[in-house]
Ligand binder design. Structure first.
Ligand SMILES: *[C@@H]1O[C@H](CO)[C@@H](O)[C@H](O)[C@H]1NC(C)=O
Ligand SMILES: *[C@@H]1O[C@H](CO)[C@@H](O)[C@H](O)[C@H]1NC(C)=O
Ligand SMILES: *[C@@H]1O[C@H](CO)[C@@H](O)[C@H](O)[C@H]1NC(C)=O
Ligand SMILES: *[C@@H]1O[C@H](CO)[C@@H](O)[C@H](O)[C@H]1NC(C)=O
Ligand SMILES: *[C@@H]1O[C@H](CO)[C@@H](O)[C@H](O)[C@H]1NC(C)=O
Ligand SMILES: *[C@@H]1O[C@H](CO)[C@@H](O)[C@H](O)[C@H]1NC(C)=O
Ligand SMILES: *[C@@H]1O[C@H](CO)[C@@H](O)[C@H](O)[C@H]1NC(C)=O
Ligand SMILES: *[C@@H]1O[C@H](CO)[C@@H](O)[C@H](O)[C@H]1NC(C)=O
Ligand SMILES: *[C@@H]1O[C@H](CO)[C@@H](O)[C@H](O)[C@H]1NC(C)=O
Length: 505
């Protein structure tokens, strides 16, 4: 076992408080009283502690709405004060200060957390967006990313120098390029390099961590992973991306062909991923959802083509093919920095299920349900039902009990997303019911497997076991670490084991 690679990280990392998952073993939620108005005196005291580049904003500042804008409009932490550290040292100082004043704190790298639990937070936000340095370490095998570095910068900085790294993108989590590197990594970190290299978290080498009590430590193989992550030379080669659009009448042969192509966790690593999507594409049909399927291949088009022949033969409505550098692949899966998936400040009704193989009956039922719902409310035609099939050999090359990531045998991630412009749209309940029905169909398509939830896609209502693993030792071990490192449950906001509530008064 590599005892400290991920479990410890997750228990310790301040950043995005994955540690929140690790909580004191009490079935009673803690009820907390918090003041949200931070006095001018407290504000001044904090300024004097921090580096000159740190900035502190409060609700009366003109730019407040922008400063605290998030991906999810309907899941918002209540931020009383937003502090942007100017240096890494500032992070520990802010934590100690918050503890002294008995004010909860919550670290944010890009503000993309999806889970409802973050909505219980009220206190000081530690906004890491100025800590975004990315550099390649001597020896060219690892790179250093600060906690606020986000995928767009990381991908492009490394690519310019001839490298790729993991966690390029998790299409569903609100895009690819706009999310941080660290946030998804704390929950595992699926991405296009995982078939060859494993999850992002499998490659932490060293983390600079601030504990709940404000003590800064390093977490690595020899000490309790600045996010050091392994990188791989890429010689500026081209990747092949082919996107098909199919009509509903092709569903059965299509899903059978996809299932055969993908196998049961056996997709060969040069196939980075295949993503399927049901959505209305009014340029193709006004009356039924279009099924689009994108195939991403690490290599030359002529090497990929034979395996795609079955899909060509199905009579797609349209086909697009491009040969592009790694740095722009995201444009073809909707995750570019200015793409649909990155748009902030929307209300999302989301749901997910982890699968191993595709069930044609379930995929048909989900498709028919989609059309049925959109006939009732055509304005929901923007709803996306996504399936993400990854290559998993790299993921399976790490033992399952090596880390806190419990779902190495989920080979397909699914994601339902309906979005609205406001939090009070009258169709929100309708969308939530549709979401529940879709998730139930995915799970019903795999009799004998328990429901699982990739923690980064969790909406917050799922069971702890679905998120953290059904083997009893997993939650026990996380709780032990929690007792040791965060006895006061200060990292309690991101998918926590025992929730902490902040009471309004
Ligand atoms: C503050 O920011 C400036 C400009 O970004 C930078 O040159 C300087 O090194 C920073 N100072 C500290 C103490 O981080
Ligand atoms: C908020 O951000 C938007 C887009 O970045 C910008 O157009 C707007 O001017 C900003 N508002 C303020 C008050 O800075
Ligand atoms: C987010 O959306 C809401 C509702 O449309 C709007 O009132 C608010 O100004 C938006 N926030 C920002 C920062 O644009
Ligand atoms: C690392 O990469 C740089 C730039 O490509 C190169 O100049 C240097 O020799 C490499 N160092 C090692 C140790 O491979
Ligand atoms: C691991 O942490 C220790 C203690 O802080 C430090 O001395 C060592 O350099 C770190 N190792 C790596 C690979 O960063
Ligand atoms: C997929 O493989 C797993 C073992 O890894 C097995 O338990 C499961 O039954 C297989 N599913 C199908 C549909 O073959
Ligand atoms: C709709 O289909 C066209 C091809 O006919 C494609 O270019 C476009 O990306 C599709 N839109 C969506 C949202 O998938
Ligand atoms: C496929 O899903 C249906 C329910 O939609 C279920 O009855 C059937 O057993 C599943 N088939 C397999 C092979 O799991
Ligand atoms: C901070 O927490 C760690 C882990 O629980 C503990 O080892 C350390 O002694 C604490 N430091 C202080 C100053 O209390």
């Amino acid at each position: 076992m590599r005892p400290l690679s991920f479990t410890a990280v997750s228990s310790l990392a301040l950043i995005r408080s994955f540690a929140a998952g690790l909580t004191v073993p009490s079935s009673e939620a803690q009820i907390e009283r918090t003041r949200c108005s931070v006095s001018a005196q407290v504000h001044k005291e904090l300024v004097s502690l921090l580096s000159s580049n740190a900035t502190i904003l409060g609700p009366s500042d003109a730019n407040w709405a922008n400063e605290t804008e998030r991906y999810m409009q309907n899941v918002k932490p209540q931020v009383c004060l937003s502090v942007r550290p100017g240096s890494e040292d500032d992070v520990a100082k802010i934590v100690r200060f918050a503890n002294q004043h008995d004010i909860p704190f919550y670290a944010v790298s890009r503000g993309h957390a999806l889970t409802s639990s973050v909505g219980r937070f009220k206190g000081i936000e530690i906004d890491l967006r100025n800590l975004k340095a990315v550099h390649i370490n001597p020896g060219n095998a690892t790179a250093h990313f600060q906690g606020g570095a986000y995928s767009y910068e990381v991908i492009n900085t490394l690519w310019e120098q001839g490298y790729v790294t993991g966690n390029l993108c998790s299409t569903a989590t609100g895009g690819c390029e706009c999310v941080s590197v660290l946030g998804p990594a704390l929950g595992g970190g699926h991405g296009l390099q995982q078939g060859q290299h494993g999850l992002t978290s499998d490659h932490f080498v060293n983390l600079n961590v601030v504990l709940a009590n404000g003590t800064a430590i390093q977490v690595n193989e020899t000490s309790h992973p600045d996010l050091l992550s392994k990188i791989w030379p890429d010689n500026f080669k081209k990747y092949f991306v082919k996107t098909y659009q199919f009509a509903g009448s092709s569903l059965e042969p299509l899903i059978k062909a996809i299932d055969k192509f993908q196998g049961n966790g056996t997709l060969a690593p040069p196939w980075l991923a295949t993503f399927g999507l049901y959505t209305m594409n009014t340029t193709l049909s006004q009356t039924e959802a279009t099924i689009s399927w994108v195939f991403l291949y690490d290599g030359a088009q002529e090497d990929a083509e034979p395996a795609l022949k079955p899909f060509d033969d199905l009579g797609p409505l349209s086909v697009d093919e491009v040969n592009v550098p790694y740095s722009v692949i995201n444009d073809y899966v909707g995750g570019s920095i200015d793409g649909w998936l990155c748009e902030p400040n929307k209300t999302h009704i989301i749901g997910t299920a982890g699968l191993q193989t595709f069930n044609v009956t379930a995929m048909r039922a989900i498709y028919d349900l989609y059309n049925h719902k959109v006939v009732q409310h055509p304005q929901l035609g923007d709803t996306r039902v996504l399936v993400e099939g990854y290559s998993v050999q790299g993921v399976l090359s790490f033992p399952s009990d090596d880390s806190a990531y419990p779902l190495r045998d989920d080979y397909i991630l699914t994601y339902f997303d309906t979005r609205f412009d406001t939090t009070d749209d009258p169709l929100i309940d309708f969308a939530a019911e549709w979401r529940d029905q879709t998730v139930a169909l995915w799970n019903g398509g795999q009799p004998g497997r328990k429901p699982t939830t990739y923690v980064n896609y969790a909406a917050g209502y799922e069971s702890l076991e679905a998120r953290y693993g059904y083997e009893p030792w997993r939650l026990e071990r996380l709780r032990d670490l929690k007792r040791q490192y965060d006895p006061d449950n200060r990292f309690a906001w991101y998918n926590p084991i025992v929730p902490r509530h902040t009471e309004n008064y």
